[in-house]
Design a protein around this ligand. Structure first.
Ligand SMILES: [Zn+2]
Length: 317
């Protein structure tokens, strides 16, 4: 019995690890992000294969996510030629540091919004996190997460793009043409989303997210306009910044729920009414919400941010 168990273990160890990347369509893979309780999130990453090389959209936050990306790149056997960062949030750009070191010829395309973030939002976050860490006010495992983000912020200049996206553009992804679209003042001061006409796959970054829209650095009205531009694109499959793949129909549902959430938050209804309506809209499609209280708590936080009007300051040009 013991011998048989040992043999089974050996067989398990010898089997190749299952690929962590999931095919979206032939030639495009999703490396799923995560958002476990007590940890900071990783955004989704997308790998797009051209005839001569690979394009990666977003690089995650944690080393474990970067390792999955590296495995997906290695499995394709082609060079990584380009990284596109949809926006500067650390759950989408932190892996740039490791990937640029391993792939010295790769070039990063992104908006220039990270420049304002390095002296603004990210600096303020770091300035408040350091004394809280030193005073022992942040419990583990979050303290380790914050230390990781501070180490990334210390190398913030290296996160800046090699090629600044200043408007809509067609770029080369290893011999495959893909479209980049720039939106000012939406989820951040500069969000880039990608459309691959060949496959009709659209990579939305955090303009579309489950289980809640992450509004921390958002201009709500600019975000709505960005969703209009996405809705006008003939995509078949949308990859959100967080969560599972969406069809046109499920995206339209999400967009309507987002608009309704903003309306509700700006109105006079109790916050709990707005958060419950949001939660119900999310259970209608997409990945099943794992933790209702957590979603309601996050949505409630954003109702407060929207209702205070402070997010509208992010709409200034
Ligand atoms: Zn994100």
């Amino acid at each position: 019995m013991i011998a048989r168990a040992a043999f089974a273990l050996l067989v398990l160890c010898a089997a190749p690890a299952a690929a962590e990347e999931k095919p979206v369509v032939p030639g495009i893979w999703l490396i799923e992000g995560g958002f476990e309780p007590g940890r900071q999130p990783d955004g989704n990453s997308v790998l797009i294969e051209g005839p001569d090389g690979l394009l990666l959209v977003d690089t995650g936050r944690h080393a474990s996510h970067t390792a999955k990306i590296e495995a997906a790149i290695a499995a394709r056997g082609k060079p990584l030629v380009r990284i596109v960062n949809t926006h500067w949030h650390l759950d989408h750009v932190s892996g740039n540091l490791t990937l640029k070191a391993k792939h010295p010829n790769v070039r990063v395309s992104a908006s220039d919004a990270i420049d304002g973030a390095l002296t603004g939002f990210l600096k303020r976050s770091a300035d408040s996190a350091r004394p809280a860490l030193e005073a022992g006010k942040i419990p583990e495992p979050m303290a380790s997460e914050v230390r990781g983000d501070l180490a990334t912020f210390a190398r913030g200049n290296e996160l800046r793009p090699d090629n600044v996206v200043r408007g809509n553009a067609t770029i080369d992804a290893g011999g495959r043409k893909v479209e980049l679209h720039l939106t000012r003042n939406a989820a951040t001061a500069g969000d880039v989303w990608l459309y691959d006409p060949q496959s009709r796959v659209l990579v939305a970054g955090d303009l579309v997210t489950d289980p809640v829209p992450f509004l921390d650095t958002a201009c709500p009205d600019g975000w709505l306009k960005a969703l209009d531009a996405i809705a006008a694109t003939p995509f078949a499959t949308l990859v959100p910044g967080h969560g599972g793949l969406m069809s046109q129909a499920s995206f339209i549902e999400w967009k309507q729920a987002f608009a309704a959430f903003l309306d509700c938050a700006r109105g006079t209804q109790k916050p709990s009414y707005c958060t419950a309506a949001w939660y119900d809209s999310q259970t209608a499609h997409s990945t099943p919400p794992a933790d209702k209280l957590r979603i309601l708590t996050m949505a409630d936080y954003y109702v407060g941010r929207i209702r205070s009007g402070e997010l509208d300051k992010n709409c200034a040009a």
